[in-house]
Design a protein around this ligand. Structure first.
Ligand code: ATP
Ligand code: MG
Length: 543
């Protein structure tokens, strides 16, 4: 991270004062869904800050809640982080510390700082009070150390049902910070754990487990998003009262949100489970796998996230800004090809039947190094339907019309002369003539065609599906279920052609289709039927 930010400044000071010898951070995802681009902010912060000081970063799965966790997500998260180009010093699991965590709970009981409480979850919330009213002590608060030790041991042995008892910290039921009003440290959950199997039926809460894990791993700066801000006091309490040898510190930064999408794993899961999207890697999803499948590069995502800065304020950024970073990243790196998404047949009446000729085209007009290719031209070509009208409507219209001449990219000038109709009145094809003297469209200063359009030669063209995407969420009503807020036109499929520029296309190969946008080869694409995802249009609609 080249840019400075408030956490980097803290790290610099801590190193300078000798408070820490090395910067050690961790990224602690809960493996209950795939990562989204909001997580990228946390990943970049954790990894790049540590790296900029020669420190290290652990990937630690926060798998203390067995209810929603799955090893599918563990594997996916590891891959996502690799894709972004980061290498964890260690891959660890919060659940690996369950023994230590349990022993520290016993330590707190022995110190008179934790007790077993029989109140139900509802009663606990009721007793907790609120911002104006202090809480009320639990009737079980004064159990003796011996009784608490015995009950906690019985909880672990499985003597009680889910919810029957919890272990709570004994802090202060009148504390101004509600998180300090005897928070729950352990609850009973008779549930299979993805790594621990059936070893445990009590599970520590995040607020208890997380600081312990940070301390055990020697984390110096524990960075997280702003919603943990009022948990920091409890974090520090746990580290202090458990007498952890190493003292980590928590720092909070603002969450990254993006317009017209959703940055919450719970809602993303709902979209997937309801079938509103085709999976976590649906190209419309803000997940890293979705953005990757759509064609976004890891570096465009990283540059985008870094451009949003790091502060203690949650931010909502216009999604189109990400598109700008993609364009910048690949503009000079990808070949610019001709594609027609909504084909209209044009018959060149004065061109020899059956003849195919090839014209040389540069692959990228702004980067000679990408070389040239051969583009086919013949009697039958396709152009975009929207590039033709019967009558030129005004002087701004720079495409084909009857009696009007346009230049075909890399090929000839053609003039439309007549139209053939289908029975239903739609246009079957346009009849045109070409001018043999205009090959490659150059050398004419006195003759100005009415614009330049792309084409593909019909007999050599490759069939292709073009997936065009719009924002995923277009209903701003946050009261509605997320599944009802999905933009119905967020995925449009078009069937057309691209020029036959090569035999084989690899997944995620990226191109610019001239006058249209940047595209990537979808994972479902085959060489028989190509499928391209539009990453973003060529031009931004941001004014
Ligand atoms: P979600 O709200 O999407 O479920 P989460 O915070 O529950 O996210 P975790 O797996 O706990 O997901 O997140 C791992 C880390 O990523 C946490 O430290 C969290 O602070 C951070 N994080 C999650 N979402 C964002 C975001 N939108 N912007 C910045 N950091 C985020
Ligand atoms: Mg979380």
């Amino acid at each position: 991270m080249e840019e400075s930010n408030f956490i980097k400044t803290i790290m610099e000071k801590d190193l300078a004062s000798g408070k820490v010898k090395e910067i050690v951070t961790r990224f602690p995802p809960e493996p209950n869904a795939y990562l989204h681009i909001g997580h990228a902010r946390a990943i970049i912060t954790d990894f790049e800050l540590a790296e900029s000081f020669g420190g290290k970063t652990n990937l630690r799965f926060d798998d203390t809640n067995p209810a929603k966790e799955d090893s599918e997500f563990v594997d996916a998260i590891i891959k996502d982080i690799e894709w972004l180009g980061y290498h964890p010093a260690k891959v660890l699991f919060g659940s690996d510390y369950f023994d230590e965590t349990y022993n520290l709970a016993i330590k707190l009981i022995k110190k008179g700082l934790a007790y077993v409480c029989d109140l139900s979850q509802e009663e606990i919330s009721k007793y907790r009070g609120d911002l104006v009213n202090p809480g009320i002590n639990s009737p079980y608060r004064d159990r003796t150390v011996e009784e608490n030790l015995k009950l906690f041991e019985e909880m672990r042995e499985g003597k009680y049902a889910d919810g029957e008892k919890v272990l709570r910290a004994k802090i202060d039921m009148a504390h101004p910070n509600i998180n300090m009003r005897d928070p729950v440290l352990y609850r009973i959950l008779h549930m299979h754990h993805h790594r621990q199997g059936d070893k445990w039926c009590i599970y520590p809460m995040y607020d208890f487990a997380h600081p312990i894990q940070d301390a055990l791993e020697g984390i110096t700066h524990s960075c997280c998003s702003l919603e943990y801000d009022n948990h920091r006091i409890l974090y520090d309490w746990v580290v202090e009262k458990c007498e952890m040898k190493h003292v980590p510190h928590q720092y909070e930064f603002g969450r990254l949100n993006i317009t017209n999408t959703i940055m919450s794993k719970r809602y993303l899961r709902e979209l997937v489970n309801s079938g509103k999207v085709i999976g976590y890697d649906d190209p419309r999803m803000p997940t890293l796998v979705g953005l990757k499948r759509r064609g976004y590069t890891a570096s465009s995502i990283k540059d985008f996230v870094k451009s949003t800065g790091l502060s203690r304020i949650n931010s909502t950024i216009d999604g189109e800004l990400l598109e700008q970073f993609l364009r910048e990243d690949i503009k000079l790196k990808v070949n610019r090809l001709m594609a027609v998404k909504d084909p209209l047949l044009v018959v060149i009446d004065n061109y020899e039947d059956g003849k195919i000729e090839y014209v040389t085209a540069e692959n990228n007009a702004e980067n000679e190094e990408l070389g040239t290719r051969q583009v086919a031209f013949g009697k039958n070509i396709y152009i975009e339907k929207e590039d033709f009208v019967l009558e030129k409507p005004n002087k701004h219209y720079k495409r084909l019309a009857l009696g009007i001449e346009v230049r075909l990219y890399h090929a000839y000038f053609i003039k439309a002369n007549s139209v053939e109709y289908n029975e239903d009145g739609s246009i079957k094809c346009v009849h045109a003539t070409y001018d043999v003297a205009t090959k490659s469209g150059s050398g004419f200063t006195d003759r100005k065609p009415n614009g330049t359009i792309q084409f593909v030669e019909a007999s050599t063209a490759r069939c292709a599906t073009f997936n065009l995407f719009d924002v995923l969420i277009n209903d701003p009503d946050e009261e509605k279920p997320i599944t009802e807020r999905v933009n119905k036109d967020s995925w449009i499929k078009m069937e057309g052609f691209i020029e036959n520029c090569k035999e084989h296309f690899d997944e995620l190969e990226r191109f610019q289709f001239i006058r249209d946008g940047y595209y990537a080869v979808d994972k479902d694409s085959t060489d028989e039927h190509l499928v391209f995802n539009r990453i973003c249009p060529l031009k931004s609609s941001i004014k």
